[in-house]
Ligand binder design. Structure first.
Ligand code: CP
Length: 302
């Protein structure tokens, strides 16, 4: 296993399955998380240069559950605001004794940082539109909890695929498994890179895409990366692409519905479907803590 976790493309099927099995061990029978002082001599820094609730908070909770010291680095009050580069910022933290950085950034910079500061361990907390590896791991963990395996599943991903680092990591993760089919659906302006994709087929008609689906992954419209309102009419989008009760009924009766969050409720997913038994979206959030405990344990252990 590499020193850093930047991409699920760097992990084998066995490494992914081992991390998921390891994460399960951190969950108590009542759903709470184990608290074990495994790394009292380690300090991690959470550097989030883009907004986050789930990833940032779950890394902090995971690290504290493992007994680490956690630096909640506030980018808004840091010297980044005085023009200091992210390279010099992480270098300074390294000199202060930080062992591992969880970094979210709008640009693809983490690989370069690993070369600039080789003594630091980096875990990507989401990098531009290219990668969100721990989200991919928790997504696979959630599927395995419900379906036992990724193998033989009919998987549909719907929404703003072009800007989705979640989709990029999800595809890298499932490419280790023998899934039955992968279908991309969504507004053509949001799926330009997926209309001739090596690993799945594009079906613009969501009703057809959902037929027989076992796993549905709905995605957030990323207003911050897309002038969505300039390209699509939201009412038309809801009419064509919202997962509502009628659409969910087109999938397999035991299909699960996933979404990385945050959800634009009643745009991508109706409230009724979000609250339905087939929705595992809240379980994904909880799994985020366990998977990040496993990832931190693995990468802090070297
Ligand atoms: N899924 C996800 O990355 O959510 P946050 O932006 O809240 O971290």
């Amino acid at each position: 296993m590499n020193k850093n976790l930047l991409s699920l493309a760097d992990l084998s099927r066995k490494e992914i399955e081992d991390l998921i099995a390891f994460a399960e061990k951190f969950i108590n029978e009542d759903g709470s998380f184990k608290k074990e002082s495994l790394f009292p001599d380690k300090t991690i820094a959470n550097i989030f240069c883009e907004p986050s609730t789930r990833t940032k908070s779950s890394f902090e909770i995971a690290a504290k559950n493992l007994g680490c010291h956690v630096l909640d680095f506030d980018t808004d009050s840091s010297s980044l605001q005085k023009g200091e580069s992210i390279y010099d910022t992480v270098d300074a933290l390294s000199l202060m004794g930080v062992d591992l950085c969880v970094l979210r950034h709008s640009e693809s910079i983490i690989h370069e940082l690993t070369q600039y500061i080789p003594e630091m361990t980096f875990i990507s907390g989401g990098e531009g539109s290219i990668s969100h590896p721990t989200q991919g791991l928790l997504d696979l963990m959630t599927i395995i909890q419900h379906k036992e395996t990724i193998d033989n599943q009919n998987i549909v991903i719907v929404g703003d695929l072009d800007h989705s680092r979640v989709t990029a990591s999800f595809i890298q993760g499932i490419s280790n498994f023998d899934f039955k089919s992968l279908t991309f659906s969504g507004h053509p302006e949001m799926c330009k890179s997926f209309q001739n994709h090596a690993q799945g087929k594009y079906e613009p008609d969501l009703n057809l895409a959902l037929a027989g689906a076992d796993v549905i992954v709905a995605l957030r419209i990323q207003h911050e990366r897309l002038e969505a309102e300039d390209i699509i009419d939201i009412d038309q989008y809801k009419y064509e692409y919202q997962i509502n009760s009628e659409r969910l009924a087109m999938a397999h009766e035991e299909a699960i519905l996933m979404h990385p969050g945050p959800v634009n409720l009643d745009i991508e997913i109706s409230t009724m479907v979000y609250e339905s038994e087939q929705s595992v979206i809240r379980q994904q959030i909880a799994n985020g803590v366990a998977i990040r405990m496993a990832v931190l344990s693995q990468y802090l252990s070297g």
